[in-house]
Design a protein. Structure first.
Length: 266
């Protein structure tokens, strides 16, 4: 799939250079048009980052996110995380426009509700799609942007995981397995890419959004009752954690940060 850049993409600011490197900070968010991804983009922009909003198919949502960003120099780019050639093209775009990358947020992911006991309903095609997008896609992004992250300032990869990777409770068995794999990959890459690039997982519990809105109210209340902080996370809780981890947890790598309201305590 050939990547497409909308005509109304904003031109980045001129990037000042010091000691051979730009001083402005760049952040790329995969799945940037979704509920969590769009909020991550907005909070990063408000924190002073120039944001690349990556999307796969829904240009309307990505454009809405792009239009809402504070500041200048942001971009949006269409590329599927399962298409490594498109990711190479996207990395060339980022290299040309920004020169480096400071934050990579692997947020793109897919799932579908399937009862865990209904093994036949979780067919090979769905299982493979989930693994290809959630796990291989995250790895492919790191592989494609490693060289630009090496040029960044305290560069970090933040993989959006889930409490499902630890509890085994989630939308389906493959989804839970994919998030466990992301956490394991975070540890491996945290070791492999140190000391230049930090790699962490951010692990939310239930997040109020489109997926939660489709669930029965009684089931949602049951999940809230199982959460010590007595509410679901909002997308902004996740987004604020992304910025806090990137800017303040500069001596952490290969670890999993929970944003789950204490769910595992009950």
């Amino acid at each position: 799939m050939k990547s497409e850049i909308p005509e109304n993409i904003s031109e980045p600011k001129a990037l000042p250079v010091g000691a051979g490197r730009p001083t402005l900070r760049g952040a790329l968010v995969t799945g940037g048009g979704g509920g969590i991804g769009s909020e991550i983009c907005r909070v990063l922009a408000s924190a002073g980052y120039q944001v690349i909003v990556n999307y796969q198919s829904n240009q309307e949502k990505a454009q809405k996110t792009f239009d809402s960003l504070e500041g200048e120099g942001h971009s949006m780019y269409k590329a599927s995380v399962t298409d490594s050639e498109s990711l190479k093209e996207m990395s060339e775009f980022v290299k040309e426009k920004y020169g480096r990358l400071d934050i990579l947020v692997n947020n793109a992911g897919i799932t579908k509700p399937v009862a865990h006991a209904d093994l036949d309903a979780l067919d090979d095609e769905l299982f493979d799609q989930i693994m290809q997008t959630n796990v291989r896609g995250s790895f492919a992004m790191v592989r494609a942007f490693k060289s630009l992250l090496l040029l960044g300032n305290q560069s970090i990869v933040i993989n959006i995981s889930s409490i499902a990777g630890r509890t085994g409770v989630g939308s389906n068995v493959a989804y839970c397995a994919s998030k466990a794999a992301i956490d394991s990959m975070t540890r491996s890459l945290g070791r492999a890419l140190a000391p230049q690039i930090r790699v962490v997982s951010l692990s939310p519990g239930w997040v109020m959004g489109e997926y939660a809105a489709r669930s029965p109210e009684s089931y949602l209340q049951e999940q809230i009752n199982k959460t010590p902080l007595n509410r679901f996370a909002e997308a902004q809780d996740v987004a604020k954690a992304v910025v806090a981890i990137a800017q303040n947890f500069t001596f952490s790598t290969g670890c999993i940060f929970p944003v789950d309201g204490g769910r595992e305590l009950l």
